[in-house]
Each structure stands twice: as structure tokens, then as C-alpha cells.
Write a protein that binds this ligand. Structure first.
Ligand SMILES: [Zn+2]
Length: 179
């Protein structure tokens, strides 16, 4: 099922000065694109290229995209990933990292508003997918790993309709225009 969610949220562009700042960052990103060009063998790049067709898509923000994680054993678990194919955090400019951090925090707030977790775990690992991304993992006092790291966890796969509903509920809190 296709979801039309080119949600462009300019979370930091609240005034002209910030607009200019963000434009400069976009130019830097574009200049760096050839250096960090996505590769055909990157699963995350492939996912991003077909994001509109994914029932896991929550929102495409200015610098990164939020997806539901397929495993919903921790209800509301999401991934925030950079649009660009960065492998190493040291290659990301400080400016871009700050902007991405703001978007990550907005995603966390939206997830918190919807699911009211007792804690949020944020993790950047990169063991399997070498495309920088954060895991946003809502934790609950009654979850089986409470008080410990979230892994390993049981697998909980939802129906297409349930993914679509969860994604829509987070997207509603994130706000922004749907193009
Ligand atoms: Zn990639």
C-alpha cells in the first residue's frame, strides 16, 4: 500500500536568518553528495529511495527520515536516518549534525506524546547497516528487558494496517506539510 507522505518539516527554519543558515547547510550537503554518494548495496539507501512506497514511513524531514522499525516489540520503535549515505559520524559536518539532532529530538517528542513510554533509549550502532541512523526505542516498565539494554528482544510483526496507523499517529504529532 502506498502512503503519500513527503512530509517536509522545516523544524529549524522559523525565521529568515535560520532559512539562510539551513540553505547554506543544504549547499554543503549537496557539495558533499558525491563524496558520500549512496551505493547500490546499501539497504537504507534503497529504503530511502522507495520511502513513499513503504508502510513503515513516518515522515521525511529536511535532513533525515523517520521510519517505524518493523519489530514493534517496543511499541513505537522507530529509526531516524540521515538522507545521505554517511558511514562514519566524523564525516558529518557539525552543522548538519546539529540539525539532525534537532530533528531526532522532534521525532522523540512525537513518539513520547503518542506512546507515553517510561523511558526512551536512543542508540547509534551501525553493526549491520552502515548508513548512519539512530534507533529510537520506547521503553516501558513492564517490558521484558526493563532496567537493561533493549536487546535481545522478542519479534513482534504487525499487520500492514497496524503499521500504517502507528506511522500516521506519530506523523500527526510531528506535524509539517505533506507534499
Ligand atoms: Zn546508504
Amino acid at each position: 500500500m502506498q502512503i503519500y507522505t513527503d512530509c517536509i518539516i522545516t523544524v529549524s527554519a522559523k525565521n529568515e536568518e535560520e532559512h539562510r543558515h539551513m540553505s547554506n547547510i543544504r549547499r554543503v550537503e549537496q557539495n558533499n553528495l558525491s563524496k558520500h554518494q549512496s551505493t547500490n548495496d546499501c539497504y537504507v539507501c534503497s529504503l530511502l529511495a522507495h520511502a513513499k512506497d513503504s508502510i513503515l514511513l513516518v515522515s521525511a524531514l529536511e535532513h533525515g527520515t523517520v521510519f517505524l522499525h518493523q519489530n514493534q516489540s517496543y511499541k513505537g520503535r522507530c529509526i531516524y536516518t540521515f538522507h545521505q549515505h554517511y558511514v562514519n559520524i566524523v564525516d558529518v559536518s557539525s552543522e548538519l549534525f546539529k540539525c539532525a539532532s534537532v530533528e531526532l529530538q522532534h521525532a522523540c517528542k512525537a513518539i513520547s506524546d503518542v506512546f507515553r513510554p517510561d523511558l526512551l533509549n536512543i542508540a547509534m550502532l551501525g553493526n549491520h547497516e552502515r548508513h548512519l541512523h539512530w534507533h529510537i526505542i520506547p521503553r516501558y516498565r513492564n517490558d521484558s528487558n526493563w532496567g537493561n539494554p533493549p536487546w535481545p528482544s522478542e519479534q513482534r510483526v504487525l499487520s500492514d494496517g497496524e503499521y500504517i496507523s502507528l506511522a500516521a499517529s506519530i506523523r500527526e504529532k510531528l506535524g509539517g506539510a505533506i507534499v
